[in-house]
Design a protein around this ligand. Structure first.
Ligand SMILES: Nc1ncnc2c1ncn2[C@@H]1O[C@H](COP(=O)(O)OP(=O)(O)O)[C@@H](O)[C@H]1O
Ligand SMILES: [Mg+2]
Length: 142
């Protein structure tokens, strides 16, 4: 798939960076003239993935979140959100709706939300090494 444009950023996994990251991704994608709904879907998915890096990947320690946004030929967007945190032992189980390791504080719906707002989501993870989540979204051509 031909890459027409690309943006990378690296930010500390602090909760104060969650809203910045989703707005920055949305601002980059806005060059495709997306609909308000498309932008809102992208922001929601990014917010869930970034929150997972902050809450689950690094827990007490502080690490980085690496985000790559690509604009692909045919009005497609791909967004990669990566951390070098604790990793996920069982990805299939982690992606099940309502599954959470965070006790009562979280709903366990993050992956379900990402899946419902994006066309495709790929998750790669290695315990002790980190997690990478990749989203693909086809925007309407305008
Ligand atoms: N980046 C990550 N690093 C480590 N574990 C993760 C990460 N993202 C998700 N997880 C694991 O997957 C589970 C499900 O994630 P999610 O569906 O977003 O629900 P929630 O965040 O509400 O627990 C989390 O509880 C956590 O155990
Ligand atoms: Mg979550």
């Amino acid at each position: 798939m031909k890459i027409l444009n690309q943006f990378k950023m690296e930010l500390l996994a602090r909760s104060s960076n969650e809203s910045f990251s989703r707005v920055a991704v949305a601002a980059f994608v806005s060059q495709l003239d997306p609909t308000i709904e498309e932008i809102s879907d992208i922001k929601t998915a990014v917010s869930e993935a970034v929150t997972n890096c902050i809450v689950h990947a690094y827990k007490e320690q502080l690490g980085y979140i690496y985000i790559t946004v690509r604009i692909l030929q045919g009005n497609k967007v791909s967004i990669k959100i990566k951390d070098k945190g604790c990793g996920i032992a069982d990805i299939k189980q982690a992606m099940e709706p309502l599954f959470t390791t965070a006790g009562g504080e979280r709903a366990g719906l993050g992956f379900a939300v990402m899946q419902s707002f994006m066309d495709k989501i790929y998750v790669k993870s290695q315990v002790g090494k980190g997690t990478t989540v990749i989203f693909h979204k086809q925007l309407k051509s305008r």
